[in-house]
Design a protein around this ligand. Structure first.
Ligand code: 5CA
Length: 451
């Protein structure tokens, strides 16, 4: 293991009283939003667009983003990657060293500072990570290394659309691995591959790894992780075996051979994006071949010495001969995932958050704020749930019950705990699973059930 330490970024979210929160929900579906996730994110008060493809994240959206970031982090740390933070604004000269300053084209946002120096807003960060690595690593003993960040990127997309699914400014996890030889580099690639499967599964998503084109990153080995969704922008082809969930819990990622064997076994089932279709493999799959639309939530690349060679990066080898490290890079669309999860998890009333990424666990709904017994019971539940460490959004607003239910359904918290005057008199509250069944339980049992 490279780094078994815990992430230093765990922040506990606090419970909230809705009357004092900032949750600007919309009754009407905004006309300019074409896909369901974009509509629901606007309606649930998660984001607001500030310019084409650029979004402000409001409190509820920020909490979901933080939950997703945290899962991504935990699986990166588990895979041995080490967190850093690079600047978003980078110098054109750095990008000239790899040749990508000219090659990247109009997707790169170019900026000139007051001294007429050419700068840019990073669309990805192979060059900077390579430079930082070179600066700190001198010998083969410094290998392997995998360094990552979770940082905003900017790509001046021709057609930003579908809300956060294709933004211009978006949050990405990007990791970069450095190894001494191909066997090591393949192990680094496989570690990220399995980390991605675990990451997406924890978020309640079935993401299928598919052979993919390498585009402007370059290289000769790449997989895109695709969530199937009719609104996806990618056309994908896969063997129906991929529709069955894969268990990765028993895999020891430190064991390079076992890991390679597991991933080779997975990839025996065909799955490819449009650019990488293999007609022979498709005919072999016969009537088990499926075609669908999908959303790319992550991509892994192996590109060898493409950047290290261009930028003249070496470390001292064991025999004194310099080694040019071999690299891979590994991206996850953190902000895109918020939209992708909603595309996969919603109904006609709103979002249905998987537990692991829900902004709060429980909506505590007081149906009658003007009723003293009701208010006292709700306040007590709020205090006890908070003390038990349950993330609760307490709807203490002076509103009709119907409006409160509509808000709770729209924002999609996994549980609704409903306190009404009749129930309180009988010592009963209602517990409803969002998208599932509702049951009456004893008031005294409510905190236990939700902790
Ligand atoms: N340097 C590599 C990996 S570190 C890289 O940039 N890969 S990427 O181009 O595939 O981007 C990584 C992930 O960012 C994608 O899988 C996708 O989930 C997300 N992403 C890319 N473009 C956008 C966009 N315009 N809006 C939202 N997310 C995006």
């Amino acid at each position: 293991m490279l780094n078994a330490g815990l992430s230093p970024f765990v922040v506990k979210s606090l419970p909230v009283r809705l009357s004092r929160y900032f949750l600007p929900v919309l009754k009407e579906t905004p006309g300019d939003a074409q896909v369901i996730s974009h509509q629901l994110m606007l309606r649930a008060g998660m984001i607001r667009q500030t310019a084409a493809g650029i979004y402000a994240w409001l409190p509820l959206g920020r909490r979901v983003l933080a939950k997703i970031e945290q899962i991504v982090r935990e699986e990166q740390v588990r895979a041995g990657a080490i967190e850093v933070l690079m600047p978003t604004i980078q110098s054109a000269d750095l990008w000239r060293q790899s040749g990508r300053y000219d090659a990247y084209g109009p997707e790169m946002l170019r900026i000139t500072d007051r001294h007429d120096r050419e700068m840019l807003f990073s669309p990805t960060a192979e060059e900077l990570f390579t430079q930082i690595f070179q600066n700190g690593a001198k010998s083969y003993r410094d290998l392997p290394k995998n360094i990552y960040q979770i940082q905003w990127k900017f790509r001046d997309e021709v057609r930003p659309r579908f809300g956060v699914l294709r933004g211009r400014e978006f949050l990405m996890k990007d990791a970069y691995s450095f190894d001494a030889d191909f066997a090591g580099a393949k192990h680094s690639y496989n570690r990220m591959f399995i980390a991605y499967m675990r990451t997406f599964a924890r978020m309640g998503l079935d993401a299928i790894p598919m052979q993919a084109d390498t585009g402007p990153i370059g290289g000769d080995l790449s997989h895109e992780f695709i969530v199937l969704a009719p609104t996806g922008e990618s056309d994908v082809f896969y063997h129906e075996n991929w529709l069955k969930p894969r268990d990765t819990s028993a895999i020891d990622a430190d064991d390079a051979d076992a890991l390679e064997g597991f991933i080779t076994g997975l990839n025996a089932d065909y799955a490819a994006t449009d650019e990488k279709r293999d007609l022979a493999a498709e005919s072999a799959a016969g009537d088990q071949l499926r075609q669908s639309k999908g959303i790319e939530v992550g991509q892994v690349f192996y590109f060898g010495d493409k950047y290290t060679k261009a930028m003249g990066v070496t470390v001292q080898g064991p025999d004194g001969v310099p080694i040019t490290p071999l690299m891979g890079s590994y991206g996850i669309g953190v902000s895109r995932l918020v939209g992708a999860i909603i595309e996969a998890c919603h109904d006609k009333d709103g979002i249905i958050w998987p537990d692991a990424v829900a902004p709060f666990k429980v909506a505590l709904i007081n149906l009658r704020v003007d009723d003293a017994a009701c208010a006292a019971a709700a306040e007590k539940l709020y205090a006890e749930l908070t003390a038990a460490g349950v993330e609760v959004l307490y709807d203490d607003r002076d509103e009709r019950g119907g409006a409160k239910f509509a808000t709770a359904d729209l924002i999609g918290l996994p549980w609704q705990l409903v306190v009404g005057p009749k129930g309180v008199a009988a010592g009963i509250v209602e517990l409803k699973r969002r998208g599932g069944e509702r049951v009456e339980i004893a008031l005294a049992d409510a905190v236990g059930r939700l902790s």
